[in-house]
Ligand binder design. Structure first.
Ligand code: SIN
Length: 279
């Protein structure tokens, strides 16, 4: 197995491994360490059935159930389809993951990793981008870092700011609201000990002690400061790619930069995380 960095701050490629084969403990450790170090890993040239894919993702931890169970594969429900042919109840095409976000922050133990595997790709475009939120945090002026210490986001299934963001389906709006979950705005990585910005713009109803609109202003400002080329890995899909990233130090988004008549289908699995640690 070979791990090659794409860029200093984010992204690495893994070649020379077939995750359908038995993987020894040392290789598993190297894969997990490379993921934490590089925030996003592309494991090339894989060829999976859904159960084989699930077993491969399990090398990184325990797969967990996802929102929107209508997209689960009937025979392998921890694997979900991310398809550009999905429509919501109002007949609108669902644009999965169109804005920058991290997954399932309304869970007490949100997923530490998100993994995608390409099943069908458009002839060009359909990229997935991942941004290093650890580097984003480190780039903030010290006074801003200090002003964020101890802040908590209030996370719900769909926050009141959702309509400001593209790609929010009518199905999401129709879901009933479960109990809000507090998450640290500055999250400490359990392995690296480093701080990262951690929030989901749509799932954050507000920051504790702030109104929803002031909270969104602050999050928008932080997002704007984070979206810099040197912090971003933009993945151009190839057949056989398995892309996995570390949600404890990343946000991600799908680019809708392709012909929507062409079929794009990825399989997604989430890996259960720990209780987020506050800075
Ligand atoms: C997602 O947010 O999980 C979807 C990413 C993609 O379709 O590229």
């Amino acid at each position: 197995m070979k791990v090659s960095k794409f860029a200093p701050l984010i992204g690495a490629e893994v070649t020379g491994i077939d995750l359908r084969e038995p993987i020894d403990a040392e290789t598993r450790h190297q894969l997990n360490a490379a993921l934490v170090d590089n925030v996003a890993l592309v494991i090339r040239d894989q060829d999976f059935t859904p159960p084989q894919y699930l077993a491969a993702v399990s090398l990184f931890g325990e797969p967990m159930p996802q929102h929107f169970t209508q997209y689960a594969l009937p025979d392998c429900p921890l694997v979900h389809e991310v398809s550009n042919r999905h429509k919501d109840k109002s007949g609108q095409r669902v644009k999965h993951g169109a804005g920058w976000h991290t997954d399932h922050t309304n869970h007490v133990r949100p997923p530490k990793y998100t993994c995608l595997f390409a099943v069908s790709l458009p002839s060009s475009g359909g990229d997935t981008a991942v941004v290093n939120m650890r580097a984003a945090y480190e780039s903030l002026p010290r006074d801003i870092q200090q002003s964020l210490q101890g802040l908590k986001t209030v996370n719900v299934f769909q926050g009141s700011a959702a309509s400001n963001y593209s790609g929010q389906s009518a199905d999401a709006q129709a879901e009933k609201k479960p109990e809000p979950v507090l998450q640290p705005l500055i999250r400490v990585h359990p392995d690296s000990g480093k701080n990262a910005l951690y929030f989901h713009p749509v799932k954050t109803e507000n920051i504790v002690g702030m109104s929803p609109s002031n909270s969104q202003k602050l999050l928008n400002d932080l997002l704007e400061r984070s979206i810099k080329d040197e912090f971003i890995y933009r993945h151009k899909w190839r057949k056989g790619d398995m892309l996995i990233w570390d949600n404890r130090a990343a946000m991600h988004k799908a680019h809708f930069d392709y012909n929507p008549e062409e079929f794009r289908l990825l399989y997604r699995v989430l890996v259960r995380g720990e209780l987020p640690i506050s800075a």
